[in-house]
Design a binder for this molecule. Structure first.
Ligand code: URA
Length: 210
């Protein structure tokens, strides 16, 4: 695997991804599976968060125990498909803050155009986790991370479900400091920048808009 690219290879993630990919999977099941995958990913992607010790008192005695450093995490779904992963992440880290980045892909140029950006305060002390199920051309991922960097979070990680080799290379080249977490690197993009074999249009499958 390329440097700074992590594969979610847990059997539960891979099993649920297979079910998601199937064309006959309904919107209801797709949404539920994506939620379940989101919580498994959240568990994995927070594994090495920096911690510090504090002194606490149990009902029996004092002890030193560990807490995650800094302010609460911020999950940053890229609208709209990123929303499909959000609930799963929040089920594992309910106190996290949520920032939104609205980008759409210009159908002709495939360039990412921003229409919404809203982050919580105190970003300098927060670790940001960007959520987008599909890393296809990498254009929106690059644009989202670029914009997010202007808010100066303490760290940024990029989480996707399915990626293409091209998307990985593009994001890697633009932001080598941002680790990429993905459950699968698929074969290639088609002429419409859809991932093959992929799972189709994630937004349409989550929201039932097709
Ligand atoms: N966005 C999607 O939803 N699916 C793809 O295959 C590529 C981009």
């Amino acid at each position: 695997m390329t440097a700074n690219v992590h594969l979610f290879d847990h059997p539960l993630v891979q099993h649920k991804l297979t079910l998601l990919r199937k064309k006959e999977t309904s919107t209801t099941s797709f949404r539920r599976l994506l939620n379940e995958i989101g919580s498994l990913m959240a568990y994995e992607v927070t594994r090495d968060m920096p911690m510090h010790e504090v002194e606490i008192e149990t009902p029996l005695e004092k002890m030193r125990s560990r807490l995650i450093d800094g302010k609460k995490l911020v999950f940053v779904p890229i609208l709209r498909a990123g929303m499909g992963l959000l609930d799963g992440f929040l089920s594992v880290v309910p106190g996290a803050r949520v920032g939104h980045i609205g980008l759409y892909r210009d159908p002709k140029t495939l360039v990412a155009v921003e229409y919404y950006f809203k982050m919580p305060s105190g970003m300098k002390e927060r670790d940001a986790i960007v959520l987008d199920p599909m890393l296809a051309t990498g254009h929106s991922a690059v644009a989202a991370v670029e914009r997010l960097k202007e808010a100066h979070p303490r760290s940024i990680r990029f989480v996707c479900l399915v990626s293409s080799p091209q998307g990985i290379a593009t994001l890697r080249q633009a932001h080598p400091d941002v680790p990429i977490y993905t459950a699968s690197v698929d074969r290639e993009l088609n002429d419409h920048a859809y991932i093959l074999p992929g799972l189709g249009d994630a937004g349409d499958r989550i929201f039932g808009t097709k």
